[in-house]
Design a protein around this ligand. Structure first.
Ligand code: MN
Length: 303
């Protein structure tokens, strides 16, 4: 029996990806005056090729805000072109508005998937009642790249309330919320331009997340709470695990009750030129974006 067990474990380990590295960001900063985040990438430690199709990850661990009687906290009108912004909130509430006529509130468990593509202006503030009452904000914003052929697509907006996100129970305790891609036959509601799997996972102590993903996908896991084991590595709250592209499955074992966000996707193998809020393929396209903002090609900013 012992032999059988170790054989099956060896087979399992063969199928599971190894871990390339565990990263922690110390680059905390404020986005406007509303979002206290650490930028995990872009960074010198995580190359754009290894995190593609994701471009940027700002993670805002739980942060307490005092009640504010007047005014608002956040970031005012600013443009984007060439990619998508994905905002997730676990605590607090983010109010969003763009100049394509979309607006909404991203509350606990909700996700907002905004396609900037050809060009958009938007603003991101704490929701008003949350601002007045004060409280805890826990959020993440991802920038997802678009392939060259889709960078000029019209702007779009997908509000994804928590109620639309399937939650799959794990056998040994915990839940997998499927935001994009597929897990255990459940499909996430987010429509994506390139193949992406985005899972929001709660693991009980000792429980295991295991899923098959194409080896070509880049896979990252962010530990928001708790502590996990992946490959021969451990990762604690605030750490990001980057998996090697060397196996058919990804496996994460919870050493404690843990909250993990799993980001995976087919890399976009195209040149990236980023300048501030624009992500294009060439320097000329960045210059064009700046000209187009000045010429009103991103539309008008609402009053
Ligand atoms: Mn923005």
């Amino acid at each position: 029996m012992t032999t059988l067990t170790s054989n099956s474990e060896a087979l399992q380990n063969q199928a599971a990806r190894s871990v390339e590295g565990v990263h922690r960001s110390t680059d905390f900063h404020w986005v406007g005056d509303g979002f206290h985040v650490a930028t995990y990438f872009p960074s010198s430690k995580l190359s754009s090729e290894r995190v593609s199709p994701f471009l940027l990850m700002d993670y805002g661990p739980p942060h307490d805000f005092a009640p504010l009687e007047r005014g608002k906290r956040g970031v005012g009108w600013h443009p984007h072109r060439g990619f998508e912004t994905v905002t997730l909130a676990w605590e607090g509430a983010v109010a969003h508005r763009d100049n394509a006529g979309h607006q909404g509130v991203i509350g606990p468990g909700d996700v907002q998937w905004m396609t900037a593509a050809s060009g958009i202006f938007h603003e991101e503030y704490h929701e008003e009642r949350f601002t007045r009452r004060g409280g805890r904000m826990h959020m993440m914003q991802l920038w997802v790249n678009l392939p060259k052929k889709d960078k000029a697509a019209p702007p779009a907006y997908q509000p994804i309330p928590s109620s639309r996100i399937p939650a799959v129970p794990l056998a040994d305790g915990g839940t997998v919320r499927v935001i994009a891609g597929e897990y255990a036959g459940e499909h996430g509601p987010a429509r994506t331009f390139t193949p992406i799997t985005l899972l929001d996972v709660e693991l009980n102590r000792g429980s295991r997340l295991r899923l098959a993903l194409p080896a070509s996908y880049n896979v990252l896991a962010v530990v928001a709470e708790g502590g996990v084991r992946a490959g021969r590595h451990t990762a604690e709250a605030g750490e990001l695990v980057l998996f090697n592209n060397d196996g058919a499955e990804v496996e994460i074992l919870a050493r404690d009750a843990s909250h993990v966000i799993l980001l995976a996707g087919e890399p976009i193998d195209e040149p990236i030129v980023q300048y501030g809020p624009f992500v294009m393929n060439t320097v000329q396209e960045i210059e064009q974006a700046m000209l187009d903002v000045g010429r009103g090609k991103f539309g008008r900013v609402p009053e």
